[in-house]
Design a protein around this ligand. Structure first.
Ligand SMILES: Cc1ncc(COP(=O)(O)O)c(C=O)c1O
Length: 368
């Protein structure tokens, strides 16, 4: 099956007369399970749920491995770190990865005796810090700077040194980039973003090829209680079926928007890995199937950026990204990233490209 078919059909049970295409959500805390609990496929809602089973089958088919759904992207990040690292281990993180992932590593995990080394995503600089490490964490393209590293080369370097590799694949999604096929041990994502794409739920997942890693992640999830709600999972599975269509439109729109912004003299620091001429384009073209919905750029200063955002009529001012609604934010309002005050993270949605460009142009003109 080709990918467009696979994504629409992912996780569905074989056709059976009288059965729905996809079964409804199962809300269950406890299941009938007499005697030996291992004899029953479902016993208690913190361990398993049939709605998770269907969705995880879908994710696994698309990731090329075994997938586990988590309560949020951060629950998925924490599960990989927590199920892998012990006191005295070394974690190599991107210095420019998603801020909360760095906070978690530098805060709670460092306190528990994990040594955290950081190096930039650009130039695959993390390769220089692998000696004696246990886990290499990558995020490509990075959020919010959209830098790209060579995942296959880093995974190979890590494999030679016995270092496990995790890739935060949130920005491109499992259709835009396939970390397990590039050699990573863990593919991690916040599914609150493009994978579900409607800005209406919080979820995450991890996919692995090694059953032993899947077992450890499963134990982590049930013992820490980082479990997803069945309703969220059911909605996510429904959204997954339209991911390819949404992403195709969003990536097409993002390229049109990036080309428009490239022609504006009031915009600097423009980044979009899909834009020919972007510093990351060549590498991105080698390892990505599509370039994601996020474009970033810089306006002169904080005031200009704020005026731009408040002048947008169609584009929502909002954090988060990847959804069908175009949104933007001045990222430095949160702190924690080494970016200019006028840095804008723009998430391009599914609206008509001409309407998005018109709104951008109007708001940029008003901000001058
Ligand atoms: C790259 C990346 N990883 C992980 C997360 C965490 O995801 P969640 O908000 O679903 O916990 C985010 C959230 O913005 C993110 O951008």
């Amino acid at each position: 099956m080709r990918i467009r078919t696979k994504v629409v059909r992912a996780g569905l049970a074989p056709a059976a007369p009288g059965e729905p295409f996809r079964t409804g959500v199962t809300f269950a805390g406890a299941y009938h399970a007499a005697g030996d609990p291992s004899a029953s496929p479902y016993s208690y809602g913190r361990y398993h749920n049939p709605t998770w089973t269907q969705f995880e089958r879908a994710l696994g088919e698309l990731e090329g491995g075994t997938a586990l759904s988590f309560a949020s992207g951060m629950a998925a990040v924490a599960a990989v770190l927590g199920s892998t690292l012990r006191a005295g281990d070394v974690l190599v993180m991107p210095a420019d990865s998603y801020y909360t992932s760095r906070l978690l590593a530098e805060g709670f995990f460092a306190q528990m005796g994990i040594q955290v080394r950081q190096a930039p995503t650009v130039g695959s600089a993390q390769a220089q810090h692998l000696d004696g490490a246990k886990l290499l964490w990558l995020e490509s393209p990075s959020n919010p700077g959209l830098e790209v590293c060579d995942i296959a080369a880093l995974a190979e370097a890590a494999r030679r040194k016995g270092v496990l590799v995790a890739v935060d694949n949130t920005t491109p999604t499992l259709l835009g980039q396939r970390p397990l096929a590039l050699g990573a041990d863990f593919s991690v994502a916040s599914d609150s973003k493009a994978l579900t794409g409607h800005a209406d739920l919080i979820l995450g997942h991890v996919a692995v090829r090694d059953p032993a890693l899947a077992d450890r992640l499963g134990s982590w999830r049930s013992q820490m209680g980082a479990v997803p709600g069945p309703m969220e999972v059911w909605l996510a599975h429904r959204s997954l079926a339209t991911l390819e269509m949404r992403l195709e439109r969003q990536c097409r729109n993002a390229l049109i928007v990036a080309e428009y912004l490239a022609g504006r003299r009031d915009v600097t620091g423009l980044r979009y890995p899909g834009l020919p001429g972007d510093a990351a384009h060549e590498l991105a073209a080698r390892q990505m199937q599509s370039y994601g919905p996020v474009v970033s750029f810089v306006l002169a200063d904080r005031e200009r950026a704020e005026r731009f955002l408040s002048s947008c009529e169609l584009i929502f001012e909002s954090t988060s990204f990847g959804g069908i609604h175009t949104s933007a934010e001045r990222r430095a309002r949160w702190g924690g990233d080494r970016i200019p005050e006028g840095f804008i993270r723009l998430s391009v949605g599914c609206e008509d490209d001409q309407d998005i460009v018109a709104d951008l142009g109007r708001a940029l003109d008003r901000a001058r």
